[in-house]
Design a protein around this ligand. Structure first.
Ligand code: HEM
Length: 372
């Protein structure tokens, strides 16, 4: 039995797969760290750390600090990589013309940059390089930390509940029965109902994004008659919603059967919102669910998870009672509040660690604060 902290490995895997899907780039970062991947990891950590220092909110002060300088440098590295890919690809597109270019890709999968280069708005206007860069960078950031948090907690639950782990393993073995290569096809993903139930229950118990905020664009009447006035910014606790005892009995218990598709559910579709809801919900949720199913299935197929001593002591990371939630009764109207809001910010959570983790050579980012 080998004991290891999964989170770093899983994060590198999600970065690896995103870089492949967004840029068609084989980063191989699970074997060897690249400047681009190190910069993304560093930026993700710096953004979180900046939130905890009031004086760092002022750009002028922030960019004078060590963190601010590192932030600028890492941004340059990320922008440089993305710009180079976009420019090369656009030159090739201009040289060949759209039709020939598309034809040359017929047997290949279009990546995210290809899709954006070909995109046109209602007036037939294309996206600028700057627009494409912003979209690609957003996907890299939104897509890696969230999925790796979701996957790490899922693997944690598999280790904690060996009976569920075994049931998932049997399910995937059944899907792959008689095949020579242990690879999943797209259609196989619908043949993993129990694994999907386990992933969903894990996302309920440990939602990677715990909190979102919305500004009300009209007065909102709550079920108890109270009104949230137009213009108010509300924090919506995804974590609290997932522990609402009215909707989720024994909410602290990991029970995948809550998501059994064969049992009719009385609860509102807004009782389970790991990917948020409404017009600004997660655009990558199908990608994330597909990736999680593939990773969980192949990981369980190739290895068995058990609990290390540290894991056995791990408490629930947040107390649902401590952060409050809006009571939501089963069947409550999902329409109004979500449509009457606009997006402000989100926040996400990583699995609890027993000590400072080391990210390659840069443990300082997770360890003691060098720039208080
Ligand atoms: C388990 C994995 C994931 C979770 C739990 C998650 C969760 C979320 C949540 C809660 C939001 C909404 C934030 C808000 O309402 O303020 C969001 C937005 C977003 N997510 Fe995800 N996400 C995941 C994976 C991904 C992936 C893989 C991608 C891209 C490949 C992605 C791209 C985005 C983008 C671009 C937005 C912003 C959408 C907008 O503002 O219109 N996410 N995500």
């Amino acid at each position: 039995m080998i004991s290891l902290d999964m989170f770093e490995h899983v994060s590198l895997m999600t970065l690896d797969s995103l870089q492949k899907c967004v840029f068609s780039h084989n980063s191989n970062c699970q074997e060897k760290m690249s400047d681009y991947i190190s910069a993304i990891i560093e930026l993700s950590a710096l953004v979180v750390r900046r939130q905890y220092r009031l004086h760092h909110y002022i750009d002028f002060i922030y960019y004078l600090t060590e963190d601010g300088r590192r932030f600028r440098q890492a941004c340059d590295t990320v922008h440089h990589f993305t710009t180079e890919v976009i420019q090369e690809r656009r030159q090739e597109l201009c040289r060949q013309g759209a039709e020939a270019w598309l034809k040359s890709k017929q047997d290949k999968t279009l990546d995210f940059i290809d899709v954006l280069l070909l995109a046109r708005d209602e007036d037939g206007k294309e996206l600028t390089d700057e627009d494409i860069r912003a979209e690609a960078d957003t996907f890299m950031f939104e897509g890696h930390d969230t999925t790796s948090s979701g996957l790490s907690w899922m693997l944690f639950n598999m280790a904690k509940y060996p009976e569920y782990q075994e049931k998932c393993r049997e399910e995937i073995q059944e899907v792959l029965k008689g095949r020579e290569v242990e690879e999943l096809e797209w259609d196989d993903l619908t043949q993993l109902p129990f694994t999907t139930m386990c992933i969903k229950e894990s996302l309920r118990q440990f939602p990677p994004v715990t909190l979102i905020s919305r500004r009300c664009t009209e007065d909102i009447k709550l079920p108890d008659g109270r009104i949230i006035p137009k213009g108010i910014i509300c924090l919506v606790s995804i974590y609290g919603t997932h522990y609402n005892p009215t909707v989720w009995p024994d909410s602290k218990v990991y029970n995948p059967y809550r998501f059994d598709p064969d049992t009719p559910q009385q609860r509102s579709p807004l009782a389970f919102v790991p990917f948020s809801a409404g017009p600004r919900n997660c655009i990558g949720q199908s990608f994330a669910m597909a990736e999680m199913r593939v990773v969980v299935a192949l990981t369980l197929l190739r290895s068995r998870r058990g609990q290390g001593p540290a894991q056995r002591e791990l408490p629930l990371p947040l107390s649902p009672e401590g952060i409050g939630y809006a009571p939501q009764s089963p069947g409550s109207d999902p329409g109004g509040p979500v449509d009457s809001v606009e997006q402000t910010v989100g926040c996400r959570r990583r699995p609890l660690r027993q000590g400072p983790a080391s990210w390659g050579s840069d443990s300082a980012l997770w360890g003691p604060d060098p720039d208080p």
